[in-house]
Design a protein around this ligand. Structure first.
Ligand code: PLP
Length: 403
């Protein structure tokens, strides 16, 4: 006997750690950009598992590759080689123009590894070259080092003492960064486009100037593309939009289309800072996760696929701007690139962002609100214009009731 939705909710609430504010929806399956509840209700999914399901749900080549690999070998540990891992690593190296990849199991772990290798590298130059500069409103993960890198005090509270050596600057403020940097700076770590913090793309030549400062002080530029990478910006790596190349880039979320994975990719010079034993993982880069990643890495970088993201992203942004024109007192700004889009809500909205998201769900659309006031859209990259229209219609109806 299958449990009812309510039985599932009740049992999970009783037994699961109470760290998530969940919506009252029990998902059973998905198909393309749609998900279905256990009660058979259909939703259009413009959250995509938080920027994870880049190929949508139940994408046949992905499902087939996972099933085929599971029947061969799921896991073998990193004491041995497998072809899926060798394939995935060489694809990432080729796409990034960097030299060596490492696979972890999540975004936080990818960033944790990036921080570790940056420290080891910088300490080989000078023992006090430890400072890591990150941005306010950033998000880099939930491990102790990555939550410290996350420039949002609410994530720090109660977990002190935090790892030392982290400083923060305002994203897009190059003068503030310049004042803070010195020969003691080990790395500057930024999201190429800020996601969780409210969808903020870099201004003009900001990242180029960050790159110049890093070069001046022999500091590493770490770009966190866990959310903005994997084609979401319209380029495979978001940094390709801004004419910069990092020393280290981190990926996760969309990299294996929904199978847990993380990665950091580095230059040869940085790679040499790690010797056998300096880092490791039991699960990371296992053949199952890499077989899934190989499907994403064979699909998303195709020019036709990326052109589609640009086209749909522009169309979606245009339709959000139309909504802003229609509801100028409700939406203050539309921002973002490709299919990482945000619509900032004004404070004199009758409804909160969370209520607007809940109203959209009642009308069959899954969207998200970040930092309490920015509607964030990170749908599967395979959506079509008709799917955008569907979500815009729902938003239009919900906003009409928020006046
Ligand atoms: C989601 C996210 C992370 C953390 O990834 P997890 O897999 O949840 O650990 C880190 N950085 C950015 C930019 C993210 O969006």
């Amino acid at each position: 006997m299958k449990d009812t939705a309510q039985q599932i909710v009740d049992r999970d609430q009783k037994n699961y750690l109470p760290v998530f504010n969940r919506y009252n929806l029990v998902v059973e399956r998905g198909e393309g950009p749609y998900v279905y509840s256990v009660d058979g209700d259909k939703y259009i999914d413009f959250l995509g598992g938080i920027a994870v399901n880049v190929l949508g749900h139940n994408y046949k080549p992905l499902v087939d590759a996972i099933a085929a690999q599971a029947a061969r070998v799921i896991h073998i540990s990193n004491l041995y080689y497998t072809q899926p891992q060798a394939d995935a690593a060489s694809k990432l190296v080729k796409l990034s123009g960097l030299d060596r990849a490492f696979f972890a199991n999540s975004g936080a772990e990818a960033n944790e590894g990036a921080i570790k290798i940056a420290r080891k590298f910088a300490h080989s130059i000078a023992p006090d070259k430890s400072q890591i500069i990150t941005a306010w409103d950033s998000f880099h993960g939930r491990t102790l080092a990555t939550l410290t890198a996350t420039g949002q005090p609410k994530y720090h509270k109660g977990f002190e003492p935090l790892p030392a050596g982290f400083d923060y600057v305002h994203y897009n403020d190059i003068e503030e960064l310049e004042r803070l940097m010195s020969d003691k700076t080990c790395a500057v770590m930024l999201e190429t486009i800020q996601g969780e913090g409210g969808v903020y793309p870099p201004k003009d030549d900001y990242l180029k100037r960050v790159r110049e400062l890093c070069d001046r002080y022999q500091a590493l530029l770490i770009l966190d593309e866990i959310q903005a990478g994997i084609g979401r910006s319209g380029k495979f790596f978001a940094y390709e939009n801004y004419g910069v190349k990092p020393d280290i880039v981190t990926l996760a979320k969309g990299l294996a289309g929904g199978v847990p994975i993380g990665a950091f990719i580095v230059t040869e010079e940085v790679a040499q800072a790690f010797k056998p034993g300096d880092h490791g993982t039991t699960f990371g880069g296992n053949p199952l996760a890499c077989a899934a990643a190989n499907v994403v890495l064979d699909t998303v970088p195709e020019q036709k696929f990326l052109d589609h993201v640009v086209e749909i992203g522009n169309y979606f942004k245009g339709r959000l701007l139309d909504l802003q024109q229609k509801y100028p007192t409700l939406i203050t700004e539309v921002r973002g690139k490709g299919l990482l889009l945000g619509a900032e809500l004004s404070t004199d909205n009758k409804k909160t962002g969370v209520e607007i998201v809940a109203d959209c769900m009642k009308r069959g659309a899954i969207i998200n609100c970040t930092v309490g006031k920015v509607l964030r859209f990170v749908p599967p990259l395979i959506i079509e214009k008709t799917h955008v229209d569907e979500v815009i219609d729902v938003l239009d109806a919900v906003l009409a009731q928020s006046l």
